[in-house]
Design a protein around this ligand. Structure first.
Ligand code: CA
Ligand code: CA
Length: 350
C-alpha cells in the first residue's frame, strides 16, 4: 500500500483546521471571535525526497495555446473540435470545452519526482467534457445555500487566520473551502454538473503533451503562476523571499500566467480540489484506458492540485505537479480544500 500519509492525517493541516473551524460557526455578519490556533502545525515531510529546486531534465516543447471562441451564455453548445467556452446560467461559472481525445496520464517510472501511485505514464482517451475554469467561489456556493440545495461550510472562518470568510462579501470571489466531498458533490448537482473524474481533472490540468505542470516548464516555483505557501504564509515551512501576493487563499483566477493548455486556472495551488473518484493506489496501473472513473468504492476520495498551504514541497513543486495524487476522507473538511465541477458533453449537448 502506498506509504504516503493521506493529507487528512497531516499534522500541519490538523493545525489549519483547528485554527479555523469552530464547531458552531457564528452568524457571518457578527464580529466573531474565532479561536486562535491551538496547535502548532508541523510540516509534512517526504522523508526520502530531496528538498531542492527541480532542475529541468527535459527540453520544453511549447504547445500552442488554443484560441477560444467568445463566451456563450446561451444553451450549452455542442462540443466540437474548436475550443468553446460557455457560461453556466445556474451559477455564472465559465466552463471550458475539452474535446474528446487522448492525453498522457500519470508519470514514467524514470521520473525522480513521481510517487508510486501515479506510475506509469499511459495514453488515456476521454470523451468530450466541460470543466469549470476556476474553483467554485464562496459567492457561488452561497447561492446554492440560499436555494436550499447546499449546506453551509461547517466553518465560516478561513482559511487559517481568524477572520470571517464564507458569507463575507469581501471574499465572494475566493474559493469556497471547508466543504466535504458530499457538499461539493451536492453543489455540482445543483448547478447541473458533477465533480470531474480524476482523469478529467488531470487532462484539464496538463493538456495532452505529458507536461509536469499546467504551465511551461521553467524549473522553479514562479510566484506569478500559482498561490502556494510563500513568504506571506504563516506556516514555518513557508518559502522565504518569494511573494505570490497571498498568505492564504487568493481570488480564483488570480494567476493567469499559470493557466493550463486548456486555459483552466489554479489547477496548481490556491486550494486542493475534490474529484469524483475513490482513491486506489493501483488505479493508474489497472484502470481502463478509456474514460477511467476510478474504483467502485473505497475509503478515500482523490484530491488534486496542492494549495496555498503547501510550501517546501511546492518550492520543489512536488505536490503541484499535475500527476500528483492525494486523498482525503469524504466526510472531512479542510481549510485548503475546495473543488470545481465538470459536465459530460454527451450528457448535456442539445
Ligand atoms: Ca501564497
Ligand atoms: Ca486548485
Amino acid at each position: 500500500m502506498d506509504t504516503r500519509r493521506p493529507i487528512l492525517l497531516i499534522a500541519a493541516l490538523s493545525g489549519v483546521l483547528a485554527g479555523c473551524a469552530p464547531a458552531s460557526p457564528p452568524a457571518v455578519a457578527a464580529t466573531p471571535q474565532a479561536p486562535a490556533p491551538t496547535t502548532t502545525p508541523t510540516p509534512f515531510v517526504l522523508a526520502t525526497r530531496p528538498l531542492h529546486w527541480i532542475t529541468p531534465d527535459v527540453t520544453p516543447t511549447p504547445a500552442p495555446r488554443p484560441t477560444r471562441t467568445p463566451v456563450d451564455s446561451g444553451p450549452l453548445p455542442v462540443l466540437r473540435a474548436e475550443r468553446l467556452t460557455w457560461v453556466s446560467p445556474s451559477d455564472g461559472m465559465t466552463l471550458l470545452g475539452i474535446p474528446e481525445g487522448g492525453f498522457w496520464m500519470g508519470s514514467g517510472a524514470d521520473d525522480a519526482y513521481a510517487e508510486p501511485d501515479e506510475i506509469p505514464l499511459r495514453r488515456v482517451f476521454l470523451d468530450g467534457y466541460w470543466i469549470d475554469q476556476t474553483e467554485v467561489t464562496n459567492g457561488m456556493y452561497a447561492t446554492c445555500v440560499q436555494a436550499g440545495a447546499c449546506t453551509p461550510p461547517p466553518s465560516a472562518f478561513a482559511p487559517y487566520s481568524p477572520h470571517p470568510y464564507f458569507g463575507d462579501p469581501a471574499y465572494d470571489d475566493y474559493p469556497v473551502v471547508n466543504v466535504s466531498w458530499d457538499q461539493a458533490s451536492a453543489y455540482c448537482t445543483w448547478a447541473g454538473r458533477r465533480l470531474p473524474t480524476e482523469a478529467e481533472w488531470e487532462k484539464a490540468s496538463r493538456g495532452t503533451d505529458a507536461r509536469r505542470f499546467p504551465w511551461e516548464w521553467i524549473g522553479v516555483a514562479d510566484p506569478e503562476k500559482l498561490n502556494f505557501c510563500d513568504e506571506r504564509c504563516a506556516f514555518s515551512w513557508h518559502v522565504p523571499n518569494i511573494d505570490d501576493g497571498y498568505a492564504e487563499t487568493a481570488p480564483v483566477g488570480s494567476y493567469p500566467k499559470g493557466a493550463s493548455p486548456f486555459q483552466a486556472l489554479d489547477m496548481a495551488g490556491n486550494v486542493w480540489e475534490w474529484t469524483a473518484d475513490w482513491y486506489a493506489a493501483a488505479a493508474y496501473r489497472e484502470s481502463p484506458l478509456r474514460n477511467p472513473a476510478g474504483p467502485q468504492d473505497g475509503t478515500w476520495r482523490v484530491v488534486r492540485g496542492a494549495s496555498w498551504s503547501d510550501g517546501v514541497h511546492v518550492r520543489s513543486l512536488v505536490y503541484a505537479r499535475s500527476a500528483n495524487r492525494h486523498y482525503q476522507a469524504p466526510d472531512s473538511t479542510r481549510s485548503d480544500l475546495g473543488f470545481r465541477c465538470a459536465l459530460s458533453a454527451s450528457a448535456a449537448a442539445p
